[in-house]
Design a protein around this ligand. Structure first.
Ligand SMILES: *Cc1c(COP(=O)(O)O)cnc(C)c1O
Length: 408
């Protein structure tokens, strides 16, 4: 029996929610029992400021071995020259890159938030947009990155660092083209693969490693590890990056997470994971096609990865906030999202973002996506409580066949 009833009851409620609903948030996933065990382990008790062999505190023999193993596995899986596994999460990893390579006020460029970029790539309210002089690039009217525009803006603005990467872009990124653009203005190219790291590990999405100067990634999205991040870079930038993470930005690393990252990297190197990643993409393509066939407007018309954006306001007249609330009541979790050149406000944008990493971990396949598209369509067409309740109950029944590691 746990002593803190209140908190453990809430965890049980959350388990029930995860189990009985359909999780379509593109940045989420379900980690394995082994990853969960690392995160709930006694490794959390240890302080290890510094790096392997250069710790400020004693007693780090085993922690050193764990961190070195995580680094070696990341190097091998992604083909990286230098790896840092200590960033607490994706946002601090990106801040560490700014801190390592720039002075406050230096110019940067990143993808606009409404085009699918991330806050940490220079968005106004983020430290990356307040302490650095950032400019954003967008996508064309078809929803694809407009490389000519990126090149033009780079020549005008002359940034010292260019971010390539996204949280809501469903197409392949031409890393080589970004490299050329960065070279034309002598800028660092930093690729943020937070969303597609698992697909890259599986060889199903092009890798920027070896092309970009620095590559950052979260470990908890398609890579299916604990909440954390990895920074990979060319050997000559290794010292700068390491110093920016510690002591520049952080104190002691989260050793229980480092162990979980090591396990996730091992899992991601298996044939089973390759099959998983393949299915993630197939599922995303099936779901977007099914919704498109039902008349919903998909940004760029489809997807090459694990996610897509749907212009729900343009299709149904229901806003992103309202649509995501309706779907939540039906047991389907998605997030509202701005779409390119959105005319609505960020807190109630026109779009919804869908992603299939979590459902695919539960074992769902194309035929299940067809069913899910029907439920989504039904809920959006008839949002009366009796219909939403019926869908919620159908989904609860349906999900019984699809287990989640750590939840019985
Ligand atoms: C999720 C994400 C991040 C931030 O990760 P957190 O762990 O939430 O801080 C950074 N960059 C991109 C592109 C992301 O999608």
């Amino acid at each position: 029996m746990k002593k803190d009833k209140k908190i453990f009851d809430l965890i049980d409620e959350e388990k029930k929610r995860q189990k009985e609903g359909l999780e379509l948030i593109a940045s989420e996933n379900y980690v394995s029992e082994d990853v969960l065990s690392c995160m709930g382990s006694i490794l959390t008790n240890k302080y290890s400021e510094g790096y392997s062999g250069k710790r400020y505190y004693k007693g780090n023999k085993h922690i050193d071995d764990i961190e070195v193993e995580a680094i070696e596995r990341a190097k091998k899986l992604f083909g990286a020259e230098h790896v840092n596994v200590q960033p607490y999460s994706g946002s601090p990893a990106n801040l560490a890159v700014h801190f390592a390579l720039l002075e406050p006020g230096d110019k940067t460029m990143g993808m606009a938030l409404d085009a699918g970029g991330h806050l940490t790539h220079g968005f106004k309210v983020s430290i990356s947009g307040k302490y650095y002089n950032s400019l954003s690039y967008g996508v064309d009217e078809n929803g694809y990155i407009d490389y000519d525009q990126v090149q033009k803006l780079a020549l005008e603005h002359r940034p010292k660092l260019i971010w390539a990467g996204f949280s809501a872009y469903s197409r392949i990124i031409d890393w080589g083209r970004f490299r050329d653009i960065a070279d034309s203005v002598d800028a660092y190219l930093v690729a943020d693969i937070a969303h597609v790291a698992g697909l890259i590990a599986a060889g199903l999405y092009p890798s920027p490693v070896g092309i970009a100067d620095v590559v950052t990634t979260t470990t908890h999205k398609t890579l299916r590890g604990p909440r954390g991040a990895i920074i990979m870079c060319k050997a000559e930038l290794g010292e700068k990056i390491d110093k920016a993470v510690f002591p520049g930005l952080q104190g002691g690393p989260h050793n229980h997470i480092t162990a979980g990252i090591a396990v996730a990297l091992m899992e991601a190197s298996t044939d089973e994971f390759k099959e998983y990643a393949k299915q993630v993409i197939l599922n995303a393509q099936t779901l977007s096609n099914e919704l498109s066939d039902r008349g919903y407007k998909i940004i760029s018309g489809g997807t090459d990865n694990h996610l897509f954006l749907l212009d729900v306001f343009g299709t149904t007249g229901i806003s992103g906030e309202e649509a995501s609330t309706i779907l939540e009541s039906a047991g389907i979790t998605v997030n509202k999202n701005a779409i390119p050149n959105d005319t609505r406000k960020p807190w109630d944008p026109s779009g919804l973002r869908f992603g299939t990493p979590a459902l695919t971990t539960r074992g769902m396949k194309e035929s299940d996506m067809v069913k899910i598209a029907q439920w989504i369509d039904s809920a959006l067409k008839n949002s009366k409580e009796d219909n939403l309740k019926k869908i919620r109950e159908d989904i609860k029944e349906f999900t019984k066949n699809y287990p989640i590691p750590g939840i019985n």
